[in-house]
Design a protein around this ligand. Structure first.
Ligand code: HDD
Length: 729
């Protein structure tokens, strides 16, 4: 049990109870002889057993049969949603005891280091689809606490599309590739998705998030996570508080541009997977703080939205997020299938001190996750798969079933029993036994939606109004793109009506791009999700203004922008480069924790002006500007001349400009920039202020260039560049 600090998050070879537990299941073939699954040594793995060297293969070849049979069964069904994912091991540690709110041991003992396994994912695409799809990202954390597994199965957006789990299959059918032709892959930009959304106004708030840049993160390491639902924390005395869980990345929240995302999807569909893997391999352990918004039970009805409605946030201005602990990912899995693919999360995996609420989306999820693992992992013993085992011991009377691993001893597998001495004993609350929060329930059974769930637009508007100008433009562009791909005009029009309920300006801009105008009246009701015998009026959205005009934390503008740690920077160079400049800038960047790669016309080495040899990381064929956060062109007459004549190098710069990245060049490298289309936009003065406004750093003093460049990269992107929207590359 992980009671004491047996690991520090920054250990290079971290070991914790879960890692030790996994160890016994590991196999390593180094220096071993090959065997069958029965342990028989194999003498020839190249040829099947035949009747003569040109004869038919013999059925008795048990080596061939075993190998092919296993191969034929190597695939399991992919997850119906969140099929595409990447995961890592890590640890969680709380800063100070939360005993006031919860009895969960991993939240009350600051000395306790709890092993975790975290899986990030996209939602709609298949296992092999691109990481850079416009989509929600899953953020699922399995805490192997000493009181059992707690799974926080969240997303990188704090709200959801629907309010009731009964609509989940409809939502997923609508967003998945269309059933007749299985198109498009990993994309919501198609008719069925928007048809459904346009009939379900409750999805409007989530749509704002999905159309924002949050849906195209720069890295899993640079996105927030949210538990979405309101949960309960329950303390030793049985007192409960409502809680919303947040993950706050220590590298800030950053996204790529949509055009960049589409480019990356072609050039490296594994971009996020690779980024996570490489960060951990290089010791740049991703970190998040766990935040909680806590609401006393007595305040349940004090808000202008319903705490049980998963399409609503609690604005941080109303209930601040308290940061209570840190998650560090410090170890890559050894085997993708065994760990990342077979991990089974379940929002219903809770521990004493944490409990559910009546959020109808959460309630439905409580059924779905076990059910899906039964088909996906093939039986009721998936909890025995090494990655799913708790570090807490398991003792109960469950037995047998497909692939049972545990060899339960003794005669009794029932309770009560006397033959087994009554074992295993039920645990009293004082012994850590889970007791559900005794919420009072006094109600009629009905299929209804509470009127308190019917305000679908005020928080969508709050989100939109909280965005910066560039962020708003991106939402308009995203909607024009998505609805532009929709072929049915009536669907587009219905969406315009929904958008007009959020913001007229937004709806008009989208309409303009679609060559439509916002319909004056809608044929039918806004909400088409109405029970047959209900009064349609009682299901229509309540259109009202929220009391908050803006909420800072909804925009990415104010996120952390003071570090270039783990950012990837390209240096464009060729033979004849001025080595001292290159080295000075490279070292300055690396000292700040950035990853620097030299891109040249060919692989191998380049010979600098002073004869120094510089190793090349990528060529213009294998590297592309979309893989980097910024680019630097050092001086050196021959190098600059070669690059200026290289269309791929010029394209590299043009594209970096288009995607609003920091670009630095030695004054002597100006010839190179003169080949670009943005030459006319080069800043006239070389002051630091201008450089940090424009994101273009031209300097004859390389030291000054380096320091300004570092500040510029930390700013992430210079979105204002998009004001002039003519940005070909
Ligand atoms: Fe779900 C997977 C997150 C609503 C049914 N969900 C899944 C995963 C995440 C989420 C992160 C991937 C876990 C992993 O990496 O293995 N899901 C959410 C969030 C939701 C949500 C944040 C709303 C707040 N989900 C939701 C509903 C249902 C499901 C309403 C069904 C009623 N989700 C599933 C599932 C999946 C799943 C079908 C697919 C694979 C799996 O569970 O293990 O059961």
């Amino acid at each position: 049990m992980a009671k004491k600090k047996n690991v520090s998050a920054s250990d290079t070879n971290p070991v914790n109870d879960k890692i030790v537990g996994l160890e016994v299941h590991k196999e390593d073939s180094s220096n071993e002889l090959m065997t069958t699954n029965q342990g028989v040594r194999i003498n020839d793995d190249q040829n099947s057993l035949k009747a003569g060297s040109r004869g038919a293969t013999l059925l008795e070849d048990f080596i061939l049969r075993e190998k092919i049979t296993h191969f034929d069964h190597e695939r399991i069904p992919e997850r119906i949603v969140h099929a595409r994912g990447s995961a890592a091991h890590g640890v969680f540690q709380v800063y100070k005891s939360l005993a006031k709110y919860t009895r969960a041991s991993f939240l009350t003992d600051p000395d306790k280091v709890t092993p975790v396994f975290v899986r990030f994912s996209t939602v709609a695409g298949s296992r092999g689809s691109t990481d850079l799809a416009r989509d929600v990202r899953g953020f699922a954390v399995k805490f192997y606490t000493d009181e059992g597994n707690f799974d926080l199965v969240g997303n990188n957006m704090p709200v959801f599309f629907i309010q009731d789990a009964i609509k989940f299959p409809d939502l997923v059918h609508a967003v998945k590739p269309e059933p007749d032709n299985e198109m498009p892959q990993a994309a919501s930009a198609h008719d069925t998705f928007w048809d459904f959304i346009s009939l379900m106004p409750e999805s409007t708030h989530m749509i704002m998030w999905l159309m924002s840049d949050r849906a195209i993160p720069r890295s899993y390491r640079m996105m927030e996570g949210f538990g979405v639902h309101t949960f309960r924390l329950v303390n030793e005395k049985g007192e409960a508080h409502f809680v919303k869980f947040h993950w706050k990345p220590l590298l800030g929240v950053h996204s790529v541009a949509w055009d960049e995302a589409q480019n990356i999807s072609g050039k490296d569909p594994d971009f996020h997977r690779r980024d996570l893997w490489e960060a951990i391999e290089s010791g740049n352990y991703p970190e998040w703080e766990l935040g909680v918004q806590i609401v006393p039970e007595a305040d349940e009805h004090k808000f202008e939205f319903d705490l049980l409605d998963p399409t609503k946030i609690i604005p941080e201005e109303i209930v601040p997020v308290e940061r209570i602990g840190k998650l560090t990912l410090n170890r890559n899995p050894d085997n993708f299938f065994a760990e990342t693919e077979q991990v089974a999360f379940h929002v219903g995996n809770i521990v004493p001190g944490i409990d559910f609420t009546n959020d109808p989306l959460l309630q439905g999820r409580l059924f779905s996750y076990t059910d899906t693992q039964l088909i996906r992992l093939g039986g009721p013993n998936f909890h025995e798969i090494p990655i799913n085992r708790p570090v807490a011991p398991i003792h109960n009377n469950q037995r047998d079933g497909y692939m049972r691993q545990t060899i339960n001893r003794g005669k009794t597998s029932y309770s009560p029993n006397s033959l087994g001495g009554g074992c295993p004993f039920q645990a009293k609350a004082l012994e850590g036994g889970f007791a559900s929060y005794a919420e009072k329930v006094d109600a009629r059974k009905v299929r209804e939606r509470s009127p308190s769930f019917m305000d679908h637009f005020s928080q969508a508007r709050l989100f939109y109004n909280s965005q910066s100008e560039p962020e708003k433009n991106h939402i308009v562009d995203a909607l024009r793109f998505e609805l532009g791909k929709v072929e049915t005009v009536s669907v587009r029009e219905r969406m315009l009506v929904i958008l007009a309920h959020v913001d007229n300006g937004l709806a008009n801009e989208v309409a303009h791009g679609l060559g439509l105008s916002i319909p004056k009246t809608l044929n039918g009701h806004l909400n088409q999700s109405i029970p047959a015998d209900a009064d349609p009026q009682s299901y229509q959205p309540i259109v009202k203004e929220g009391s908050l005009a803006r909420s800072e934390s909804l925009s990415m503008t104010g996120t952390i922008k003071d570090s270039i740690r783990t950012r990837k920077i390209a240096i464009l160079a060729a033979d004849g480069v001025h080595e001292p400049s290159l080295t000075l800038v490279r070292e300055a960047l690396e000292n700040e924790g950035a990853i620097v790669e030299v891109i040249a016309p060919k692989l191998g080495k380049i010979i600098a002006e002073n004869g120094a040899e510089i190793a090349v990381s990528k060529t213009f064929l294998t590297g592309a500007s979309v893989f980097y956060d910024a680019v630097y062109v050092p001086s050196g007459i021959n190098s600059v001349a070669t690059l200026s004549a290289e269309p791929a190098a010029v394209h590299f710069l043009n594209e970096a400009f288009k995607h609003c990245k920091a670009i630095a060049a030695d004054a002597d490298a100006l010839q190179m920039l003169q080949q670009t289309y943005f030459v006319k936009k080069l800043p006239e003065d070389k002051s630091e202020k201008t450089a940090l406004r424009e994101g273009i750093i031209l300097h004859d003093n390389t030291k000054k260039l380096a320091s300004t460049f570092i500040q510029a990269i930390a700013l992430h992107r210079f979105w204002d560049r998009e004001k002039n929207r003519k940005v070909p590359a």
